[in-house]
Design a protein around this ligand. Structure first.
Ligand code: SF4
Ligand code: SF4
Length: 441
């Protein structure tokens, strides 16, 4: 036993606040089956010097003040697993599952510890011996099948249009089926449609790009994808939307299904690799940040670029006019944009093209909104607690409109706004830009 007690007891009982969980404390528990954490994951975790400088930036630690809910605590737990000192019991898995993978810790770590890689690796190992229980809706399976996505979004549109959705809510059917949380998140949508293979540039042809349509953007936010095509065409870029593209694989990677994540990455690399394009454009930074991980995961880089960064970098045709926006635009910065892509500056620079607009950062942008892929469904308590800070920030800054670059964040925040009776509109920046363009599209 150590001055801090057993790592397991401290984890389970709260322990000395702020105490560092050392790497090789003796344990008071008998260890049964052990897990084989990959050596490269263990080596990366070993690079953590336990300084704790990441702790103030971790949303789950901020909310719980529990060391086991912090980056340092989670790395200690993973090291204890790798050193066969702990079992992957329910409590331990809970501490790892409650991580949002927002990577705020990684972006602040002075030692450059790759926390995302460590957590993905640990979850992948754990998933092999402790498969997750089946969910009402299997997001990973849904994300992997374009056909299933189109069927689900068409069903949702039909349920909305026929009034069945409102009836289900009113009579408690949605709740009885365990779908209440999903129903709250799903927005009203236009009738989903397929895509042409190619959208011709207008005016002088500058080049061609591929459009990555994603899963949830294609299901719930085709307006943003249409806007991206329209603005790119207007700026002289032809847009390919190949139908053999797949989900980026982020959901699978972060839930421990590395094998499926790799298959999806290979499919996207083959699909976009066959095109003569200057870049693969992504309209959701959650997907865009994962596309950029392909180099590490598969060993092949995909030349992807976020739509805002691309539009900020290219030369716009001289005749394009943007109408003034007489109001305040609050910018929500998703973690994927801040901590992984690190491309907030191009977004603000692009928005400054809109005359008269007052552009402000949403207060509390440094902390995750709680969406985090399927986290907003699987960990509703923490997801809602974090979202409340965004709702408070909206209340304080009173914007005319909120923009965000990630569909998951948009759905999560919009659901919170609806529940609290707010009517604030949330748009992707490219949709706002398209609206303000004075040229016919
Ligand atoms: S992850 Fe980095 S910042 Fe956090 S405790 Fe380890 S070395 Fe320090
Ligand atoms: S990824 Fe986010 S939630 Fe997870 S440990 Fe790091 S800061 Fe905390």
């Amino acid at each position: 036993m150590t001055p801090y007690g057993c790592i397991r007891c401290r984890t389970h009982r709260g322990g000395a606040k702020g105490a560092i969980i050392a790497k090789s404390y003796p344990l008071c528990a008998t260890i049964g089956s052990v897990l084989n954490i990959e050596p490269k994951i263990k080596d990366e975790a070993d690079r953590c010097v336990m300084c704790g400088l990441c702790l103030p930036h971790c949303p789950t630690y901020y909310k719980t003040q529990n060391e086991a809910e912090s980056p340092r605590g989670r790395i200690s737990l993973i090291l204890a697993l790798a050193n066969n000192q702990l079992e992957a019991d329910e409590a331990l898995r809970g501490h790892l599952d409650s991580c949002l993978l927002c990577r705020a810790c990684e972006s602040k770590c002075p030692s450059g510890v790759q926390f995302g890689e460590i957590m993905d690796g640990a979850r992948n190992t754990i998933a092999q011996s402790h498969p997750r229980p089946p969910q009402r809706i299997n997001f990973a399976a849904l994300a992997a099948s374009k056909g299933a996505q189109r069927r689900q979004s068409t069903l949702l549109w039909l349920a909305d249009k026929s009034g069945l959705r409102a009836l289900g809510r009113g009579f408690g059917v949605t709740r009885a089926l365990g779908l209440e949380r999903l129903e709250q998140l799903a927005p009203r949508i236009n009738r989903p449609h397929g895509w042409h293979h190619y959208y011709q540039a207008k005016g002088l042809h500058q080049g061609d790009v591929g459009l990555f349509i994603g899963c949830f953007s294609d299901m719930f936010d085709q307006v943003t994808l249409e806007s991206a095509i329209a603005v790119l065409n207007l700026c002289g870029y032809g847009v390919y939307v190949p139908n053999s593209q797949a989900c980026c694989g982020a959901l699978h990677q972060h839930s421990g299904d590395t094998a499926q994540a790799l298959r999806l990455a290979e499919q996207n690399l083959a699909t976009f690799g066959a095109l003569d394009i200057v870049a693969v454009i992504s309209c959701a930074t959650g997907c865009g940040s994962h596309l950029q991980e392909y180099a590490r995961l598969v060993g092949t880089k995909i030349n992807s670029c976020d739509i805002n960064t691309f539009l900020d970098q290219i030369q716009w045709p001289a005749g394009v006019k943007i109408a003034p926006f007489n109001g305040r635009i609050a910018v929500h910065e998703p973690c994927s944009l801040r901590n992984v892509l690190k491309e907030t500056a191009p977004l603000y620079h692009l928005l400054k093209r809109i005359p008269a607009a007052e552009i402000v950062a949403l207060p509390g942008n440094e902390r995750c909104c709680g969406a985090a892929g399927s986290y907003m469904v699987e960990q509703p308590a923490m997801a809602d607690a974090l979202r409340q800070e965004k709702l408070d920030g909206i209340e304080a800054s009173r914007p005319s409109i909120l923009v965000t670059t990630n569909i998951g964040c948009a759905l999560h925040i919009a659901a919170g706004l609806r529940q609290s009776g707010h009517t604030l509109e949330i748009l992707h920046p490219v949709t706002l830009l398209r609206r303000q363009l004075e040229m016919p599209l």
